[in-house]
Design a protein around this ligand. Structure first.
Ligand SMILES: [Zn+2]
Ligand SMILES: [Zn+2]
Length: 277
């Protein structure tokens, strides 16, 4: 990384991982790194794992392979599209439009998949916003909500505990998309908060343990019971779709879901039968 006055230049893909939030980046330098990271022998080359895919003119690029890439670069001009812009003055959330052709969002397009897949893999999203001749590096973000036409990027590494289990199984065959939708539903802040605020006792739906009784702290997780069969986002999610479960049972449910794609009610009876709660 090099600096001209207050504006930084990136020289290699690795520099992107080290940028301080709030830094101004010379546009040309980011363009060159994206363009020439693929060219073995160029001065921007730093190995095949550091290749940046998609062209520099595109608003979105990803680092390393697909789908388990190492990071995503998102460049934005707030207000450029319908759903594009900051969700609030404190810049904690950014609504980012998915790529559409003739008004239809393609869920198979890689530029969209790297965002849709992010909750499962947990790689960082580096957000850059337009600032004349520079990019303002806003920091690391994660996808926290999936909607039909856009995603909500949330500042920081948003990573539920249960994602660790998901990431250890990187097979991405049929069911993968459905599973990601499931994780997105469980990250829907508004609905999950409603579930927890509902009058339900915070007892695990499966083993019946109340965390506060057992450990002295209030804690519960919301599990989305219904498989989501379509790409449509969490706006179709309601409070009654969720079960409140303890983290142990929740983890077991997710592992079983991944193994045999069974319904929540079946998994619940299976688990309840195993242990005589
Ligand atoms: Zn439990
Ligand atoms: Zn769950």
């Amino acid at each position: 990384m090099s600096s001209f006055g207050e504006v930084l230049s990136v020289n290699y893909t690795g520099d992107i991982f080290l940028l301080p939030a709030g830094a101004l980046i010379k546009k040309r330098s980011l363009f060159d790194v994206v363009q020439f990271s693929k060219v073995a022998g160029s001065r921007f080359w730093s190995g095949s794992e550091n290749i940046i895919f998609n062209t520099p003119q595109q608003g979105i690029n990803w680092i390393g392979g697909f789908p388990a890439c190492r990071g995503v670069i998102v460049k934005v001009r707030p207000g450029a599209y319908d759903h594009d812009g900051w969700g609030g003055a404190e810049k904690k959330f950014y609504n980012y439009s998915l790529k559409a052709r003739n008004g239809v969002v393609s869920e198979t397009e890689k530029a969209n998949r790297v965002l849709i897949n992010q909750p499962q893999y947990g790689y960082p999203i580096f957000l850059f916003s337009d600032d004349k001749d520079s990019w303002l590096y806003e920091g690391e973000f994660s996808v926290s909500e999936l909607h039909a036409e856009y995603v909500v990027l949330e500042r920081g590494r948003v990573k539920g505990d249960f994602l660790v289990a998901a990431q250890s199984e990187l097979d991405y065959q049929e069911g993968g998309k459905r599973y990601v939708s499931h994780l997105m539903a469980e990250r829907n802040r508004a609905v999950v908060q409603q579930v927890k605020d509902s009058n339900r006792d915070w007892c695990c739906d499966i083993c019946g343990i109340r965390f506060a009784d057992r450990y002295g702290v209030d804690y519960i997780e919301a599990h989305h019971k219904k498989p989501i069969s379509t790409f449509s986002g969490p706006h179709s999610v309601t409070v009654s779709d969720f079960a409140l479960v303890c983290p142990n049972c929740h983890r077991a449910v997710h592992i079983l879901m991944r193994q045999n794609h069974s319904r929540y009610s079946d998994i619940k009876s299976e688990l309840q039968m195993r242990a005589s709660f």
